[in-house]
Design a protein around this ligand. Structure first.
Ligand code: RNT
Ligand code: ZN
Length: 418
């Protein structure tokens, strides 16, 4: 601990010279919730009947230890949570229902099918976010759900959307924490198609039925996520960026920007403040696109840092729901969680430690050379010392010391799963 305190004192002095109070930065970065996606733990399959993932997304890899039921997933997440500093929420999908009646389908889920999740969340002091699951289900009409031309199918998915709003409202009530409900559906075509407008009109009608239903909504924030394309849905996506942004804006819901859902040279960090003036709140799916995949584990790369910089530098932390969205079955799944969430927290803390006052002053004075010089020299500041101190005082492992806990759990628990 002596060593840590020494590092802290040194860092405090260095940052102070740049007008940065590291205690304030730590407090701020520590209190911003990051929503950890439960679906990393079981390869997005869920526990309500599916045995494969379908609907435009795919998990690759077959590392041993996939959680096969809710109890295993909870245990795995508990270990991950014990290794991650800062305020964390857990993001659930409807497909993680612990059904009270095995015959119940997604159009009939109630809070009772999630009451054990709520209990677990409260025990672990985490808030819950939620997602309707419009994929991996026999009622999908190919890749279509809410934009299906089959009325019975469409009705099923509309009812599912409404049920999820009801469940999210109960999450908020029973955890006492806000619940963001993200709507993403894969609807689209693999190849050249004709009725592109009609599909969108149908989607609008479905979404309107879901969002206009009179459902308790205190502390609940519904969001619509856009996507450029999916696997097997390469040519046309009903709910693309322009569609989702306009829909969300005109219906007064939130818009979700996923970092992997745009053309490869587009970044969500550059879109954030173009959207914020028109929205009270927004949701992010922090992810990492790599070639065709939009869901690699979040690393501490330039885009992650830029996203967090945009949030912090523009004081948007109260208006942005930060959710993570990635899934990788090729490495230990708990390590995947810990790496992604710790990286996100790191980037948040680093954003809080930027000599932004000086940079802003240079910018206002038109001194862009100074602005760039400060930006670059800011990278030399001893961030690692502050991160170590923060982790130590949160009683969390430093560096990659958390790996040993995971290795032990892997040997004792994960390797015993089929
Ligand atoms: C898919 C979307 C969506 C899902 C999760 C599981 O491309 O990003 O958010 O990844 O809901
Ligand atoms: Zn997403």
């Amino acid at each position: 601990m002596d060593n840590i305190t020494k590092k802290y004192e040194l860092a405090k002095e260095i940052y102070q010279d740049h007008g940065i109070d590291i205690d304030e930065a730590i407090e701020k970065a520590n209190s911003i919730p990051i929503s950890m996606n439960c679906w990393q733990g079981d390869d997005v399959i869920g526990f309500d009947g599916a045995d494969t993932l379908t609907g435009g997304i795919q998990t690759t890899g077959n590392y041993p230890g996939r959680a096969r039921n809710a109890d295993e997933l909870k245990k795995d997440m508990e270990l991950a949570l014990s290794l991650i500093p800062g305020k964390v929420k857990v993001n659930l999908h409807a497909s993680y229902a612990e059904k009270t009646d095995p015959k119940k389908d997604r159009d009939a889920y109630t809070i009772e099918d999630f009451s054990k999740w709520v209990e677990w969340a409260n025990k672990n002091d985490v808030g819950l976010d939620f997602n309707p699951t419009f994929f991996s289900h026999p009622k999908m009409d190919g890749d279509f759900s809410l934009a299906s031309f089959d009325e019975e199918t469409r009705k099923f998915w509309i009812e599912h959307g409404k049920r999820c709003r009801e469940i999210g409202a109960e999450f908020a009530k029973r955890t006492g924490k806000p619940c963001a409900i993200n709507f993403w559906m894969p609807d689209g075509y693999k190849d050249i198609c004709v009725d592109t407008l009609k599909r969108r009109e149908v989607m609008i009608d479905s979404l309107d039925q879901i969002f206009s239903a009179d459902i308790e909504s205190e502390n609940v924030f519904c969001a619509l996520e856009s996507k450029l394309f999916g696997l097997g849905v390469e040519s046309y996506t009903v709910c693309n960026h322009e569609f989702a942004l306009n829909y969300a804006h005109t219906r007064d819901i939130l818009y979700t920007l996923d970092a992997g859902h745009f053309h490869p040279t587009e970044t969500i960090s550059s879109k954030l403040t173009a959207i914020m003036p028109f929205f009270d709140k927004i949701m992010l799916h922090v992810s990492r696109g790599v070639r065709w995949d939009s869901d690699h584990i979040v690393t501490w790369d330039d885009e992650l840092q830029d996203i967090m910089n945009e949030i912090i530098w523009n004081n948007l932390e109260e208006r942005v729901f930060i959710g993570l969205d990635y899934f990788d079955a090729s490495i230990n799944r708990i390590a995947a969680w810990v790496i992604g969430v710790r990286n996100s927290r790191k980037a948040l803390l680093n954003a809080c430690l930027t000599p932004i006052k000086e940079m802003r002053e240079a910018e206002y004075n038109g001194n862009y050379g100074k602005r760039l010089a400060l930006y670059e020299s800011g990278k030399e500041l001893p961030f690692g010392l502050v991160w170590d101190y923060y982790c130590a005082f949160q009683n969390k492992p430093l560096g990659s010391d958390w790996l040993s806990d995971i290795e032990e759990y892997e040997a004792e628990v994960l390797n015993r799963r089929d």
